[in-house]
Design a protein around this ligand. Structure first.
Ligand code: ZN
Length: 108
C-alpha cells in the first residue's frame, strides 16, 4: 500500500496556460469536426437548422480564438465585466468564457 495518495482535488486549482491551451484546442477541434459534419450532412439536414447551427459553431470558434489571444497576453481568466478572476470551475466548463457568472447574466 502506498502512503502518498495523490489528492484528486484539481477542481479549484487554476489551469496553467498550457492546460488552458490544450482545453481550448480541444474545444476548437470539436467545433471544427461539427462544422465538417454539417457540411457533409448536405441536403439531408434542414437548411435553416444547419444555418443556425453553423452560425453558433462559428460564433463559438471566434470566442475560442479570442480566448487564445487572452492566454497570450495574460488576460485569460479575468472577467471582462468586473475585472475579477473567473472561477476555475467555470473555466473548466466553459474554457472560452469572457465573463464571470454574474456579469454573464447582465450581458445576456
Ligand atoms: Zn464579472
Amino acid at each position: 500500500m502506498s502512503a502518498d495518495t495523490t489528492p484528486t482535488d484539481h477542481r479549484l486549482k487554476p489551469a496553467t496556460a498550457h492546460e488552458t491551451r490544450q482545453r481550448l484546442e480541444h474545444e476548437r477541434a470539436t467545433r471544427l469536426t461539427q462544422l465538417q459534419a454539417l457540411a457533409e450532412a448536405g441536403e439531408e439536414a434542414a437548411e435553416h437548422l444547419m444555418a443556425a447551427q453553423k452560425e453558433t459553431l462559428q460564433r463559438v470558434l471566434k470566442e475560442i480564438d479570442a480566448a487564445f489571444a487572452r492566454v497570450e497576453d495574460g488576460r485569460y481568466g479575468t472577467c471582462q465585466g468586473c475585472s475579477k478572476p473567473i472561477p476555475a470551475e467555470r473555466l473548466e466548463i466553459l474554457p472560452y468564457a469572457r465573463y464571470c457568472v454574474p456579469c454573464q447574466r447582465t450581458t445576456d
